[in-house]
Design a protein around this ligand. Structure first.
Ligand code: FAS
Ligand code: PHB
Length: 389
């Protein structure tokens, strides 16, 4: 087969890239190792920042988001006996939307199917070849065991943190920080106990109350690395969440309910540079990972692809290499801004057991909650970053 852009990965980065390229008149083929059902059902991110919503709407992907998503003005910061609301709209004029990554995926899969996009699911043995030539190609085995070759003018590595694209960039420089704790995430069939997200600091550990809809709650607990999700009973989970989120504080109550999904997510920061080698371009988790505390993972993938699609359309349709030549450096500015913010939120809210750290964290939380400058700093990064900085 031959196409203009060969995309590895049908996550949000790969599917949105194929959509935006098509809008620029550039054809692509998407290769995905999992089944369509699997990539449509994966439970992951939950928050879309302002720029992501604007981009999805401008790409014709905002209808269900606007109809079924939930616009939030801000978040709550909580610590024992205190809870403070940060109003991003008052501080920056920008809001965020609660709309699960699974919903974004469903919208992207539907849009690509409607456009007749070629997505080859359940492939294996994906290998990249001649990426620094002007005739790069991919070999792979399809679900019928047939070996195939896909030639393209460019390859987009949107294959996440375990795909082959990362290692196809020779002499890449990598930065990594592994955090000494993980997130224990649950989905529960119970109405959220709050109107907007609660990020809670507690001596026992961090907790987050998020949601997916008016009837489904999404909550997280800081746990030690290596925690087995089956080792906690439902009662233990709800008791820990209630303690950390301030149940019975000022009359507020956490309403428990049936838990429908449990998973433990290790936390790390990872950045690889450059995000381009010859005709291979990386986007999304293939190039960087952030701890989910800043709700940046999905949004950063969207921002990369907004940039990369413009660069590839200019290069392939317009024979203009300037954006493609600047892609890695331009993308990395936002990657590092989001990497710093995700690290800052994570280290401010997760306890280490060290009493000095605890006092520093509480002092920082009190400053952010009481200072307009501090609150605006958090709001700008959480909701207000433009796509191109
Ligand atoms: P993805 O990982 O989503 O997609 C990569 C795709 O490439 C996958 O479909 C994979 O199957 C495919 N692939 C891999 N290897 C391949 C190969 N060899 N050949 C073909 N295809 C291949 N972010 C948040 O903001 N908030 C959260 O709460 C949050 N929770 C998360 C929980 C988990 C368990 C994980 C792993 C991530 C979470 N994230 C969260 C981050 C997540 O949302 C990512 O940032 C987002 O999915 C990035 O999108 P992509 O770059 O498309 O990568
Ligand atoms: C989620 O709803 O899954 C979510 C929300 C905010 C975060 C991380 C995850 O920071």
């Amino acid at each position: 087969m031959r196409t203009q852009v060969a995309i590895i990965g049908a996550g949000p980065a790969g599917l949105l890239l194929s959509h935006l390229l098509a809008q620029g008149g550039v054809d692509s083929v998407v290769l995905e190792t999992r089944s369509e059902e699997y990539v449509a059902a994966r439970i992951r991110a939950g928050i879309l920042e302002h720029s992501s919503v604007e981009l999805l709407e401008s790409a014709g992907l905002g209808a269900r988001l606007r109809a079924e998503g939930d616009e939030h003005r801000g978040i709550y910061l909580q610590w024992p006996d205190e809870r403070h609301h940060l109003d991003f709209v008052n501080l920056t004029g920008r809001s965020v939307w609660v709309y699960g990554q699974t919903e974004v995926q469903k919208d992207l899969i539907a849009a690509r199917r409607e456009a007749g996009q070629e997505i080859v699911y359940e492939v294996s043995d994906v290998s990249l070849h001649d990426v620094d030539s002007d005739r790069p190609y991919i070999t792979y085995t399809d679900k019928n065991g047939q070996t195939s070759r896909l030639e393209a003018a460019a390859i987009a590595g949107c294959d996440g943190s375990f795909g082959p694209s990362r290692s196809a960039v020779p002499a890449a420089k990598t930065f990594e920080r592994v955090y000494p704790y993980s997130w224990f995430g649950i989905l529960a069939d119970v109405a959220p106990s709050t109107d907007e997200l609660i990020y809670a600091w507690h001596p026992d550990g961090f907790a987050l109350h998020s949601m997916r809809s008016a009837t489904v709650s999404r909550l997280y607990l800081q746990v030690p690395n290596g925690t087995d999700p089956q080792s906690w009973s439902d009662d233990q989970i709800w008791d820990a969440l209630a303690t950390r989120l301030g149940h019975d504080q000022n009359g507020w109550k956490l309403n428990p309910g049936p838990i429908t999904d449990k998973s433990v997510l290790p936390m790390r920061s990872y950045v690889q540079t450059p995000m381009r080698h010859g005709n291979l371009f990386l986007a999304g988790d293939a190039a960087h990972i952030v701890p989910p505390t800043g709700a940046k993972g999905l949004n950063l993938a969207i921002a990369d692809v907004a940039l990369l699609s413009k660069a590839l359309v200019a290069r392939i349709a317009g024979k203009d290499d300037r954006l493609a030549d600047a892609y890695s450096e331009t993308a990395q500015r936002r990657v590092w801004r989001c990497t710093h913010f995700s690290w800052w939120m994570t280290t401010m809210l997760h306890t280490s057991g060290d009493p000095f750290d605890a006092e520093l964290q509480l002092a920082q939380l009190r400053w952010v909650a009481s200072s307009e400058a501090g609150a605006t700093g958090l709001a700008e990064n959480y909701a207000g970053l433009p796509i191109f900085i």
